[in-house]
Design a protein around this ligand. Structure first.
Ligand code: SF4
Length: 271
């Protein structure tokens, strides 16, 4: 006799383990780099770390995390077939900011991203900018000069066409759509480049704001997502009501919401 039943408790254990993993990245004087990345929401990180179990009405989706981990493992196995020695998930800490690089070699780091977005990313794309900023933060913390950004596209290319009056988004697949697969980008920044100082200043400012918010339990020191990005990033956020209607936002925090624009400063990037 075969018995089978749905077992939600195990799924809950996985969610708790994932939450715990995220919480363990930081303490009263250090922050995990994910908490301060300009493409992420610092307020959401704060709420996630300070809310009690059960207060978060919607569990974080696990699938992107699980799929990203699986892709990263697969690519690490391929890197292992090359001659270069490497270390996985190496911990780096500098000035109270902690990061774990996917793959670290003597000369460079490799950061692996997985996306189900159908569009192919270019440097002007906001998602690409988020990836790039993360790699730059890692290079500054790990004090390395070179990185490889590996982007895995898990679906064939599709292109956004329009949103209709019901709020539905319509996409099409071009005749010559790019297949699923990986694209690699080489990123370098020399150790004496002034851009490093700009990045470091930004990281410190964000870290200090994050710690201040946590110590005072006052989220107003942290920026909301910019109005133009809210449709994409805030829809479905379990903290929306609290964030938008109850808690405030200081002027300093509001300015911090534009930190990703450092990449748009003339002369900051050359390709
Ligand atoms: S509603 Fe938007 S700005 Fe507020 S915490 Fe959620 S994602 Fe961040």
């Amino acid at each position: 006799l075969v018995t089978i039943r749905r077992y939600d408790e195990f799924a809950s254990q996985l969610v708790r383990a994932q939450k715990q993993r995220r919480k363990s990245d930081s303490d009263s004087t250090t922050v995990g780099v994910y908490d301060i990345l300009p493409a992420n929401c610092m307020r959401k990180s704060h709420y996630q770390k300070t809310s009690q179990d059960g207060e978060n009405p919607i569990a974080e989706p696990q699938m992107p995390y699980l799929r990203g981990s699986a892709i990263e493992s697969a690519i690490a196995r391929l890197v292992a077939t090359t001659d270069d020695a490497f270390e996985r998930h190496k911990r780096h800490e500098r000035g109270g900011i902690v990061c774990y690089t996917d793959i670290t070699q003597s000369q460079r780091i490799i950061e692996i991203k997985d996306t189900s977005a159908g569009r192919r990313l270019v440097p002007a794309d906001i998602q690409f900018k988020g990836y790039l900023m993360q790699v730059l933060y890692y290079l500054v913390i790990a004090e390395k000069e070179e990185a490889m950004l590996v982007i895995n596209y898990s679906s064939r290319e599709t292109i956004w066409h329009h949103n209709d009056s019901d709020g539905k988004s319509w996409f099409y697949r071009p005749a010559n759509a790019k297949p699923a697969g990986v694209e690699c980008w080489h990123i370098s920044i020399s150790k004496d480049d002034y851009a490093r100082e700009l990045l470091w200043d930004q990281m410190q400012r964000r870290k200090n704001a994050f710690l201040k918010a946590r110590q005072s339990n006052d989220v107003s020191f942290l920026p909301r997502i910019r109005v133009r990005d809210r449709k994409m990033k805030c829809s479905g956020c379990p903290f929306y009501e609290r964030c938008m209607r109850q808690d405030g936002e200081t002027e300093e925090a509001r300015a911090m919401a534009n930190d990703l624009e450092l990449l748009d400063v003339r002369g900051f990037i050359s390709s």
